[in-house]
Design a protein around this ligand. Sequence first.
Ligand code: IMP
Ligand code: MG
Length: 179
Amino acid sequence: MSTTPPEVMISEDEIRQRVNELAEQISGDYADKGTIVLVGVLKGSFIFLADLSRRLSIPRTIEFIAVSSYGNSSIQSGAVRLVMDVRGNIEGKHVLIVEDIVDTGHTLHYLIGMMASHGPASIKTCALLHKTDSTQIDVPLDYVGFSIRDEWVVGYGLDYAERDRTLPYIGIVHPDDRD
Ligand code: IMP
Ligand code: MG
């Protein structure tokens, strides 16, 4: 295992700046809609959600859901399983799903279906990162922080086998550094 820190793909400053922009855009779009429910997808979105939610200027509440993909952590099989559903009642509410990263699209596709079954007033999606070349299933992405190339990234909530989640920037884990 390599001990060198992951190469920087997106710096702390760039993330801060972009999260501010997203918060401003979302606050504007929902300005007349009352309270929105931010649904964070555990674990990867926890830092993004913490920063984004605190920069919004509209009333908001927070919910969490947890999913897991079957099989190996860095190979997406497309099969998604719900580990924890939202606790609060989201029926009739405006829901914004907050994800760390959209890779193949299977997870978000599944989550939109899950959330829809609760009967919310609306569902929108927000992802910090989008691997644009990896799409297997098209999902509506309303807010995207950064479009990135197909690399395994860590930091700002994202992990590689539970490592590097609390890195302040988005870094690249090269295939040689994986074990
Ligand atoms: P999808 O279902 O293929 O879109 O994958 C989405 C999930 O896979 C994300 O919510 C992440 O948990 C995980 N994931 C995909 N790519 C990465 C990555 O580069 N770093 C960390 N997690 C990732
Ligand atoms: Mg995730």
